[in-house]
Design a protein around this ligand. Structure first.
Ligand code: SF4
Length: 479
């Protein structure tokens, strides 16, 4: 074998103190690490969010120098870019450094400029590509990578998307942790979390969507795993809360019903969370089975309270349909979380502020909202570029002469505070209790840790900022 011991690293140092994402395992990296099995003698998967010792760069480097002969890192988000570059620039020169992930695919040139130690960037889905890297194939023959020769960056052709059925489930034995709700380093409840990817792709074509088109502009056709393989994976999972990370778990209604039927028949006792479109309201049989099977939270893209914007985004429904669907949905004991987009082209502040009122009107339990982003291959790019007064940054952020980033941020805060009033927070709590989302022992365990949580918040934030500062200093020194 060309390599003996591969390190797969989730480099985000952000603790679970402030990020709900910290609940969930780095599934993308786990898929890639699973694909590497049999091609190296040993695999170590480190998630720095959960590592106390290895959060110290010296200890991490010491381990790498002694043990590792290839490093694979996943960069999926915008945040902590400088800190991660600082960390990567510390990596030993003699150990190949391979970087992949959504953000790495979007910002290949920028990453090579910021991190001189990177040897290869894997663009797009990495499962097949990493296998060829580990086998030691000549770099010029590997599709989907960018690499440097004599300081010149070479981009090989994109790798076509692979078949869904060929994707193995992630090997959870590679994990060193149980993913759970941890606040400020304290286990808040005994709930544990996991994710299952039962299908990839989405048949819809919402113009703003960053899921349906990958950063290379490739659209994956909807393709689902067999019902039996999904159930088998759920049965093997020990976590009591499972998120289906499909773009829309209910794309194929018959298949979704079959999965619910099997969960009920095999007496699988878990809480499920899934992304759904509002049209699910048209299937009362499915909704009843979902409740019985343990579906507790649905994450739904509502996007806008305005028909003009819904049409512009090609969402495929209007506000009247949204209202009618929620008349049905609210009869079921399910928690509904709505996603909205604001800062759309031509949208006024007054229109943006309607989000909160509309969300309350349709009885959403909670909301999140994001400024419109225009990714590289977004069909909205041309419209944005041709609309006078609108601008798109290199990072895909849309702003206008009337609404700067700062102004949009301020509007975002107004939406947040007009929705999340004390009454709304109380309603959320009541809904969780009415749905019995948390068991009594989970509630008791939460109450018992509240004093420790409060005491620890300040210390943890100080520690985090100190670590970030030291990585930033290293980044500046190395650039
Ligand atoms: S339905 Fe959801 S996943 Fe599909 S294209 Fe629209 S926003 Fe994207």
């Amino acid at each position: 074998m060309k390599y003996k011991h591969a390190l797969f690293l989730n480099p985000y140092i952000e603790s679970t103190a402030t990020s709900i994402m910290g609940l969930f395992p780095p599934t993308g990296l786990e898929y890639v690490a699973t694909g590497a099995k049999g091609l190296v003698d040993k695999i170590t998967l480190l998630d720095l969010r959960y590592e106390r010792d290895f959060c110290d760069p010296d200890k991490l480097l010491d381990f790498i120098r002694k043990e590792i002969d290839i490093i694979c890192v996943s960069i999926g988000w915008d945040r902590q870019f400088k800190e991660i570059c600082g960390l990567l620039n510390l990596m030993p020169d003699n150990i190949p450094l391979v970087v992949g992930g959504y953000k790495a695919t979007e910002q290949v040139e920028e990453l090579f400029r910021a991190c001189s130690k990177i040897n290869i960037i894997v663009r797009g889905e990495g499962e097949e590509t990493i296998k060829e890297v580990l086998k030691g194939l000549p770099l010029e023959n590997i599709l989907g990578i960018s690499y440097k020769i004599d300081n010149k960056v070479i981009h090989n052709k994109n790798r076509p998307l692979q078949e869904v059925d060929a994707i193995a489930t992630p090997d959870r034995n590679l994990r060193r942790y149980k993913y759970r709700l941890i606040l400020n380093g304290i286990n808040v409840t005994n709930s544990t979390f996991d994710t299952v990817l039962s299908a990839r792709g989405c048949p819809f074509n919402c113009k703003f969507c960053t899921f349906s088109l990958n950063p290379l502009g490739q659209k994956r056709q909807y393709a689902a795993r067999s019902v039996e393989s999904v159930i088998k994976e759920i049965e093997q999972i020990t976590a009591n809360t499972v998120l289906f990370s499909d773009d829309n778990f209910f794309t194929n209604i018959k298949r979704a019903e079959e999965i619910c039927d099997l969960i009920i028949a095999r007496k699988i006792k878990k809480r499920f969370i899934a992304q759904a479109r509002i049209e699910i309201a048209r299937y009362p049989n499915l909704l009843s089975k979902m409740v019985q099977a343990g579906f507790k939270i649905l994450l739904m893209g509502i996007e806008s309270p305005h028909d003009r914007i819904l049409t512009e985004l090609n969402k495929g429904f209007d506000t009247d349909t949204i209202r009618k669907c929620f008349e049905v949905l609210k009869k079921y004991p399910i928690y509904y979380h709505g996603y909205f987009i604001y800062g759309n082209i031509g949208e006024t502040e007054e229109e943006m502020l309607c989000i909160s009122k509309f969300a309350k009107e349709i009885s959403l339990d909670s909301i999140t909202f994001q400024k419109l982003r225009i990714e590289k291959f977004s069909p909205l790019r041309k419209i944005a570029e041709e609309t006078p007064g609108y601008h798109v940054t290199d990072r895909g952020e849309l702003y206008s002469d009337t609404y700067s980033h700062a102004a949009l941020k301020k509007i975002g805060r107004k939406i947040k505070f007009s929705f999340y009033t004390p009454t709304a927070l109380l309603r959320i709590l009541k809904k969780f209790m009415a749905m019995r989302f948390f068991s009594l022992s989970e509630v008791m365990s939460f109450i018992s840790v509240i004093p420790r949580l409060l005491k620890g918040v300040i210390a943890r934030e100080i520690e985090k900022n100190r670590l970030k500062d030291s990585l930033k200093r290293i980044f500046i020194k190395n650039t």
